[in-house]
Design a protein around this ligand. Structure first.
Ligand code: AMP
Length: 428
């Protein structure tokens, strides 16, 4: 199958050629024909499958050329990074057209975006909150919108955007074409699809939540955070070379601490990316990672969404995501664009359970590796031991409601909390 067999016009075939794509990916083969013919489509596909081009190409081809002042197509994305990434792709594919494409997102003042809107646009790519904000101040007219894309719908729901999505649904014309893309398809996304789409064609390129096949997935159990950091130091020293390494943590503080620790050992720059960072610093971090100026980037889950650096060879999970779907997103940052990648998950004893859930989701155990002999193993500090014990207790109690946790047993002996609670008068 070739792109021209998908009945794309010359302008787009030229842009595809410039992008260096030789053949359409499976999601593109399946999604482009129904989208070209105006149908609603649900695409279940992870990042890395080529899903962005799958919806952008027919959408841009439908828009054809610049018309009116107001947008005729709206793409909604959960984060600014993803909005910017879609914007970049859209500009690339629209290079041989006069279409006007804008990215509108929060985190910076709206002034420049309002100025740009005034000059006219055909397609807007927005985060839901900023779209509502601009609409409610009269800066966006919606009456010409005829195409709507909900990208990473599962993520938008996780981030609590449902009220904004409902509001947007009410202010855009009913007669329109809809596309919904999601890496996973849990019941809540299905309900969203029911609300927004009409008789959609459902397309799935990989079984639900199966990580891209090009990623080699490994795991290594280490006793605590300090030892994990020592391992990452060892890995960078022995294996980084010219590679690009993306490290994931669960929280922003963890990302900052980890980067600070690592920075002490290396003379090249280690950058962080998370939701506390300003817009510019996030864009710069990503650009520098893309260009290779920064080879090690530490990111949290929220910031991970828009990272599209096909050269990322290695992902290290410094902590195990508690939601197994998040794991799929994280490792989807490597092995992209049809290249091979490696993902290594470092888990402490308490994270074993979260790792088991991931293994169930991906359909088998991750490949276990052993620590290098030279790796120094650090003592687990008391506070970290307590956190681990509490988490293990929580997990075991979930499995067996009668389980009396070791950690809580101990606490009970000298516990003031318990006795003072029992003294409290019952509420009337
Ligand atoms: P996506 O799944 O849309 O995030 O795309 C992942 C990466 O694959 C991006 O870097 C795209 O530029 C690239 N890509 C998309 N379609 C193709 C294709 N048909 N051939 C080669 N690369 C592609």
């Amino acid at each position: 199958m070739t792109f021209s067999e998908l009945k794309l016009t010359r302008q787009f075939l030229n842009a595809i050629k410039d992008a260096g794509y030789t053949e359409p990916s499976p999601i593109q083969i399946k999604a482009i024909p129904p989208l070209r013919s105006g149908q609603d489509v649900i695409g279940i596909a992870q990042t890395g499958t080529g899903k962005t081009a799958a919806f952008l190409l027919p959408l841009l081809q439908n828009l054809k050329y610049a018309q009116h002042n107001d947008p005729r197509a709206l793409i909604l994305a959960p984060t600014k990074e993803l909005a910017l990434q879609i914007h970049q792709e859209a500009l690339k594919f629209a290079a041989y057209t006069d279409l006007r494409i804008l990215a509108l997102y929060g985190g910076i003042g709206p002034k420049t975006q309002i100025e740009k809107l005034k000059t006219g646009c055909d397609l807007v790519i927005c985060t839901p909150g900023r779209f509502i904000e601009l609409y409610s101040h009269g800066h966006i007219q919606t009456k010409h919108i005829k195409q709507l894309v909900l990208d990473e719908a599962d993520r938008m729901m996780d981030m609590g955007f449902m009220p904004q999505l409902r509001q947007i649904q009410e202010i855009i014309p009913n007669k329109r074409q809809n596309m919904l893309f999601s890496a996973t398809f849990p019941a809540r996304v299905e309900r969203l699809a029911d609300e927004f789409l009409l008789w959609p064609t459902r397309i799935e390129v990989t079984p639900q939540s199966t990580p891209v096949e090009t990623v080699r997935q490994m795991k290594l159990e280490l006793p605590n955070l300090r030892t994990k950091i020592a391992f990452i130091e060892w890995w960078i020293t022995h294996h980084l070379n010219d590679k690009r390494l993306l490290i994931f943590t669960r929280k922003k503080e963890e990302a900052e601490n980890l980067a600070r620790y690592l920075q002490r050992s290396f003379d090249f720059e280690i950058r962080t990316i998370h939701s506390n960072k300003g817009q510019n610093s996030r864009i710069n971090a990503m650009d520098d990672f893309r260009s290779g100026l920064v080879k090690v980037l530490v990111s949290t889950d929220v910031a991970s969404r828009g990272i599209d650096v096909p050269e990322t060879e290695m992902v290290i999970n410094a902590s195990v995501p508690r939601d197994p779907h998040e794991y799929v997103h994280r490792i989807g940052r490597t092995g992209r664009a049809f290249r091979d990648g490696t993902a290594l998950t470092l888990n402490d004893p308490a994270e074993r359970y979260a790792l088991e859930r991931i293994e169930t989701l991906v359909g088998g155990p991750l490949e276990e590796i052993t620590a290098p002999e030279s790796l120094e193993e650090f003592e687990t500090p008391k506070y970290e031991r307590q956190i681990q014990a509490r988490e293990i207790d929580g997990e075991l109690r979930k499995r067996d409601p009668n389980y009396k946790g070791a950690f809580h047993e101990k606490k009970k002996k000298g516990s003031k909390g318990k006795s003072s609670r029992s003294k409290r008068k019952p509420r009337k």
